[in-house]
Ligand binder design. Structure first.
Ligand SMILES: *Cc1c(COP(=O)(O)O)cnc(C)c1O
Length: 318
């Protein structure tokens, strides 16, 4: 794996060649974009984070006064970005239940497959039937379990910080476009505004994609087993698991903090999608919209029996 860290490339016969200045594009990024584009069936662009990718979609493709219909119960930061940060710039945000059709007023439909941390799946057929363009945040599904462009979406968003790089050691985002025109507008926006990821990070995306399938298939098998065992445990009230993928959430009746601090193998940390399992209460970040007893568990590559033994010894602390 070679990383080309140049920030400039010489002109060719007095003219800029394919690469000239790093803020526009770089070959290490282009290689990762080709691979991700193949997996999703569209044209990919890398960004410095998932949120940089989301911000770029909104600023490059929307206009002041337009409305985004955002899936409720999705990634909490997305609601903050749209409502609190871009609201003053004229973006209107309407929350809706993504298991049904999006509201008529939407100029852009934004769903999450599955939502994090409530793990609902969007009705992609209903979203695709809406005249507005559809963005699917497919971070938790990964291209292994879902190809949103084939289901009628126009743009796919990934926080590559999660499963795509997969080792909790790189931050990146990606957008995969169906239409050339959307790709061109996002490419231009990224060039001018500068939220491209570094070559080193792009190389970690390429490396992560090589093992993506084996990682997430194993994480998914383990998560399915843990979801089943959690459902049968007397200290657990609700288990949310869409039937695939490495992410699940469940509610305990009492205080979740003694549970998350009692695990030994499972790290008490935020984020998801890494090879090490991690678990945290989401109420601390999300407040009232999240049940007090909700714990989100990101399943890593450890042995399923050892993970269950860890949960089983921690659950009585609730
Ligand atoms: C983490 C995450 C994001 C934001 O990505 P960053 O890389 O942290 O900026 C967006 N959507 C989902 C579903 C996420 O889990």
């Amino acid at each position: 794996m070679s990383v080309d860290r140049h920030t400039v490339w010489p002109f060719v016969d007095g003219e800029p060649g394919q690469y000239s200045y790093v803020r526009e594009a770089h070959p290490t990024g282009a290689e990762a974009e080709r691979k991700l584009g193949e997996l999703e069936g569209g044209r990919a662009l890398l960004f410095s984070s998932g949120m940089a990718a989301a911000t770029s979609i909104l600023l490059a493709l929307m206009q002041p006064g337009q409305t985004v219909a955002l899936a409720e119960g999705g990634y909490f930061g997305m609601e903050i970005l749209m409502r609190d940060v871009l609201g003053p710039w004229g973006l209107k945000t309407l929350l809706f239940d993504q298991t049904g059709p999006p509201p008529d007023e939407a100029d852009l439909v934004w769903v999450e497959a599955p939502s994090n941390p409530f793990l609902t799946m969007p009705d992609l057929a209903a979203a695709a039937a809406h005249p507005a363009k559809v963005v699917v945040d497919s971070t938790v599904s990964t291209p292994v379990f879902l190809n949103p462009l084939a289901e009628g979406a126009d743009l796919v968003l990934h926080s590559a910080t999660k499963y795509l790089t997969g080792h909790s050691d790189a931050m990146a985002g990606a957008v995969v476009c169906k239409d050339e025109a959307d790709y061109d507008r996002l490419f231009h926006f990224r060039h001018v505004a500068g939220p491209i990821c570094s070559a080193d990070t792009a190389a970690l995306v390429t490396r992560g994609l090589k093992t993506l399938r084996v990682r997430v298939e194993r994480q998914s098998a383990t998560a399915a087993e843990l979801a089943e065992r959690l459902r049968a445990h007397p200290a657990v009230q609700t288990v949310r698991y869409p039937g695939f993928g490495g992410l699940l959430s469940f509610d305990v009746a009492g205080d979740p903090i003694p549970v998350e601090t009692a695990t030994r193998l499972i790290k008490n940390a935020t984020s998801l999608g890494g090879v090490d399992s991690s678990m945290e209460s989401r109420h601390r970040w999300e407040g009232d919209r999240c049940p007090v007893g909700l714990l989100r568990l990101s399943v890593g590559l450890e042995d399923a029996g050892e993970l269950w033994a860890d949960l089983e010894q921690a659950l009585p602390s609730a």
